[in-house]
Design a protein around this ligand. Structure first.
Ligand code: C2E
Ligand code: MG
Length: 464
């Protein structure tokens, strides 16, 4: 009876898929029981495609719950076939691995990079609220891929890519639709000659085109000396004296007027202009403050300059800085560098080595926008940081005084125990300043004390 039942053909087909087929005896057992057995060898590309579908589905579910956006990039390498033909498939595979690493280096930890096909990657950017910034990331990817690749046994290899961009929920609600739309956009980028990106939606493309124009204008501004620096005093709370000055970039656009510093920096970072821009700011500010040092004997005024992490990718950074300081006659001890958490977290850049070299030169290192959420104070001990700068805007919130005061007091006490100076920026009221004095913060900066201004306007603030 059991035998009869076992040989009766089943209505269903059993499909076994996996990287390797199951052992013969297992397959035979199922066949003996009457199953139609279908073996589907699953190669790497099918499994990564399944991984992609799974990741995007998870992201969509999450996004529905939290009502935010997902950006899907399809990144396709331009003319990758010729690389395989010229150097062979094994080197081609190595190159793809390197490309995947570089893509990862452009993203946050929780974004995904998945190889979809022979030379096509999917990049999923989750909980993305600033859709407008998708192009900054696309620019960053194109820029990083344009650096030469050095692989064993091959000359330096240059590649480029075409990127198609679609977003959830605007351009599609399902995995397949989003993928198809990103691929369509990617083909538009390829048709336009490659090494570029396109959105699926036309109006987004218009915006991206306007941004390209802005990039050209920034290039022009750099060449024609239109990048200026403003100076904001930093006050030492114990004495009430001006102790330092922060240099802040300013770009007055011929038609649009003042462009916000954040926009300038984001554009410069995305387009590879951050190093020339940063150098101009550093140059102007060091020359200016050096001038003040020369004209006012034994002046006690330090200069603090902001740096994006990409500025430290310049191998000559410290050498150039030394030369500028020496030529301007500004002692290195009067030079402070404001760095950000993303630089400390970028292990590939080996930030501790760069910072140690700068520290050995005699410069002071400040962690700007210090936020205990990302880099715990204890972790900071790996780096030779001297001071942390906190945004004081939280002090404007009346509920703060009940809820967060103890917490902030604890951070201040802990930072002091670890010998960090504390600078608080964004001080707009007397009440905020009182708080800082009460808890022995070291320095303060903000509109209440003085706004950023031209070098000429700053002169009355020079401590004499
Ligand atoms: P940041 O380093 O935190 O600089 C302080 C920013 O806060 C400046 O904005 C300053 O004008 C503004 N600020 C000063 N006091 C107050 C205040 O009391 N209330 C408010 N609401 N804001 C105040 P700005 O000049 O627009 O610069 C924005 C950011 O752009 C800077 O933030 C810095 O992260 C970046 N940045 C500016 N210049 C440079 C530069 O030369 N290089 C780099 N890498 N980044 C720069
Ligand atoms: Mg700063």
């Amino acid at each position: 009876m059991a035998q009869e039942k076992a040989t009766e053909p089943k209505a269903c087909t059993l499909t076994i898929a996996g990287p390797t087929p199951p052992p013969e005896n297992i397959i035979r057992q199922f066949r003996d029981q009457g199953w139609q057995v279908e073996i589907k060898p699953q190669n790497e590309s099918t499994s990564s495609r399944m991984l992609f579908v799974d990741r995007l589905e998870q992201a969509i579910k999450r996004s529905r719950r939290y009502q935010d956006n997902i950006i899907l990039f399809v990144v396709d390498l331009d003319d990758f076939k010729s690389i395989n033909t010229r150097y062979g498939y094994s080197l081609g595979d190595k190159l793809l691995q390197e490309v995947s690493e570089r893509l990862r280096g452009c993203l946050r930890q929780y974004d995904s990079v998945i190889l979809l096909g022979s030379d096509e990657f999917a990049v999923i950017l989750c909980d993305f609220n600033k859709i407008n910034n998708a192009e900054a990331i696309a620019d960053k990817i194109l820029l990083h891929l344009s650096d030469p690749f050095y692989l064993p046994g091959a000359p330096e290899i240059f590649i480029s890519a075409s990127i198609g961009i679609s977003s959830f929920p605007n351009d599609g609600q399902q995995v397949d639709t989003l993928l198809a739309n990103s691929e369509t956009a990617m083909r538009l980028a390829k048709e336009a000659g490659g090494n570029s990106y396109r959105y699926f939606t036309p109006d987004m493309n218009d915006r991206a085109a306007r941004r390209k124009v802005k990039e050209m204008e920034l290039r022009r501004a750099l060449v024609h000396g239109a990048i200026k620096v403003h100076y904001q005093p930093i006050i030492e709370l114990a004495s009430g004296q001006v102790a330092g000055v922060e240099a802040l970039v300013r770009w007055h656009h011929p038609e649009q007027g003042e462009i916000s510093a954040l926009e300038v920096i984001s554009l410069a970072n995305a387009t590879g202009l951050i190093q020339p821009l940063g150098r101009q700011v550093m140059n102007q500010a060091i020359i200016q403050v050096g001038e003040w040092h020369k004209t006012c004997n034994s002046l006690n005024l330090y200069l603090s300059v902001n740096f994006s992490k990409n500025e430290f990718r310049d191998q000559q950074f410290e050498a150039k800085l030394s030369t500028i300081l020496r030529d301007a006659g500004l002692p290195t001890s009067a030079f402070w560098l404001e760095i950000t958490e993303d630089f400390l977290l970028d292990e590939r850049q080996q930030p501790e080595k760069i910072l140690t070299r700068l520290k050995d030169m005699g410069a002071t290192l400040v962690l700007d926008d210090f936020d205990t959420g990302n880099v715990p104070l204890v972790h900071l001990r790996h780096f030779p940081i001297d001071a942390v700068k906190i945004d004081g805007s939280f002090l404007k919130d009346p509920s703060f005084y009940h809820e967060k005061e103890k917490f902030i007091r604890a951070i201040i006490a802990m930072a002091h125990n670890l010998d960090y100076k504390i600078i608080v920026k964004g001080i707009e009221t007397e009440q905020q300043l009182d708080f800082l004095r009460r808890y022995n913060c070291d320095m303060a900066q903000g509109y209440y004390l003085a706004r950023p201004m031209t070098a000429l306007d700053f002169e009355p603030y020079i401590p004499r």
